[in-house]
Design a protein around this ligand. Sequence first.
Ligand code: NAP
Ligand code: GLV
Length: 306
Amino acid sequence: MKITFCCTDTKAEPWLQGLSAALPGADISVWQPSAPQADYAVVWAPPQQFMDEQPGLKALFNIGAGVDALLKLRLPLNTLVVRLDDAGMAVQMAEYVCHAVIRHFREFDGYETDMAGGRWGYRKPRMRTDFPIGVMGLGVLGERVAKALAQFDFPINGWSRSPKAIEGVRGFAGAEQFNDFLAASRVLVNLLPLTPDTANVINKDTLARLQPGAYVINVARGAHLVDEDLIAAIENGHVAGATLDVFRTEPLPAGHAFWNHPRITITPHTSARTLRDESIAQIARKMAALQRGEAVAGVVNPGRGY
Ligand code: NAP
Ligand code: GLV
């Protein structure tokens, strides 16, 4: 079995060593232009030239959960696209989102400012029933996040394309239930894939439909959010603030309004990192299964966009 590795911004050597150890006998190398045809590829944001020169791949393994960058390319026909299926990301995402929600709900920012200013003072406890949380996207990551938040007794709403029955989560599905989902939510957590249907989904109209004092947590993709609509909704007082991990342009350009906004917390696309060892083990297991002619989980539907 021949494997080619083509991952932008990723140190190749540890991946090659890990894959070789997990798949003894496989011939694994870093892709170069005009390299011979491989059976499988391990990729992150490869160039179009890579796709054009590897038309006979049986499967492309994306070393992330989101496949939006990959699906922008012209892909070889009949090549399976396989995304990372959790591989240690879901628990990281649950940590990140629970931290952001609790930090806002318990007003830890305010206490931090008070302590730094030498002020000892209490804030009135808030009712968690006043902070219903809406999780957009109930897939591998969104379901884990919704269940983790439910452990803190917040009312949880979830929105997906198809109806879901998740314990502790009030389900809404499809475009026809989107406005009801928003109206039932004060905190909005975005865990949708970026597709033509979901681009710009957090905009002036959706923000206005959230309950007053709304809070936005975007951990999916920057292009889901209309930046200036968020700033305007914070300025008009309807939205209290936001935690953002992803941006239209990454790194976030110097001078962007999000850098120094007092009500926006930013992190550098780090809410759920690809964990190399877990990812190698998962990819190797799936390659071996495909070689035996078995089906694998995490196969992307290019028509759907995720
Ligand atoms: P996933 O398993 O593919 O789940 C996607 C969910 O979104 C599904 O519940 C799906 O509904 C729902 N959905 C898709 N299109 C929809 C639409 N038009 N309307 C309503 N619901 C829709 O994805 P995942 O693994 O949870 O990951 C989600 C995203 O997180 C990734 O695509 C990536 O962009 C982002 N991510 C970010 C980081 C980071 O570090 N910031 C790390 C990993 C991933 P159905 O269940 O009905 O199909
Ligand atoms: C990271 O953003 C991923 O999609 O895995």
